[in-house]
Ligand binder design. Structure first.
Ligand SMILES: Nc1nc2c(ncn2[C@@H]2O[C@H](COP(=O)(O)OP(=O)(O)OP(=O)(O)O)[C@@H](O)[C@H]2O)c(=O)[nH]1
Ligand SMILES: [Mg+2]
Length: 193
């Protein structure tokens, strides 16, 4: 399905200038470590493991950029807010995320921010959200792993997110059970027009 012509393009670490002269439109994925960023990208690409995932938080340590249809970039950023991560590593990864977003600001059509549907927004999510608003970034909210919730719990989670992220578009999805991905796809296609 979907953005099935995605291919890996490159990885970027803090300070690397690799793609910053490229004006292609871009969608970036952010969220707490282990929230399911890489999984949702695989689901959108219709691939099993083009984007590396892991049950162990902190898998993604560079900005991993994928080219879609030779026209767009979809970028997987390292997760934030993983408490047990070595402090210095955590600061470096947070630095990479904020630096990357600022550098690519002009090209980014939306920052897709994933929130764990069951956990709801945490303080680190609120901090990231404030940062994105300050940068003036267009934002899309995903409630991830919606398969873990009953229908009524899912509705509650959606209502809560609507208040926490007032005015933003919110997409509940399950990468694992392939639920509601079509709505997200259409939204992203619309942004990339
Ligand atoms: N139940 C359920 N589990 C999921 C879903 N999506 C991802 N997971 C699981 O959550 C874990 C983390 O998924 P990743 O996609 O690697 O998360 P990430 O946000 O990229 O994590 P970092 O790279 O560490 O920041 C894996 O064990 C996945 O199998 C989902 O839709 N439902
Ligand atoms: Mg990841």
């Amino acid at each position: 399905m979907i953005f099935s012509d995605a291919i890996f393009s490159t990885s970027v670490s803090l300070g690397s200038e690799k793609i910053f002269f490229d004006t292609r439109k871009e969608i970036v994925f952010v969220g707490r470590s282990n929230v399911g960023k890489s999984s949702v990208m695989n689901a959108l690409f219709g691939k099993k493991d083009l984007v590396k995932t892991s049950a162990r938080p902190g898998k993604t340590k560079t900005a991993n950029i994928f080219e879609v249809g030779r026209k767009y970039y979809f970028t997987d950023l390292p997760g934030y807010g993983f408490a047990k991560m070595w402090q210095q590593m955590r600061e470096a990864l947070d630095g990479l995320v904020s630096w990357y977003l600022e550098e690519r600001k002009e090209n980014i059509e939306s920052v897709v921010m994933l929130i764990d549907a069951k956990l709801g927004p945490q303080q680190t999510d609120r901090d990231m959200y404030e940062f994105l608003l300050e940068l003036g970034m267009p934002i899309t909210i995903i409630l991830s792993k919606i398969d873990k919730l009953s229908k009524s719990e899912a509705n509650k989670s959606i209502e809560f997110a609507k208040q926490a992220f007032f005015g933003q578009q919110i997409f509940p999805v399950s990468s694992q059970k392939k639920l509601w991905l079509r709505e997200l796809e259409l939204h992203l296609r619309d942004l990339l027009k």
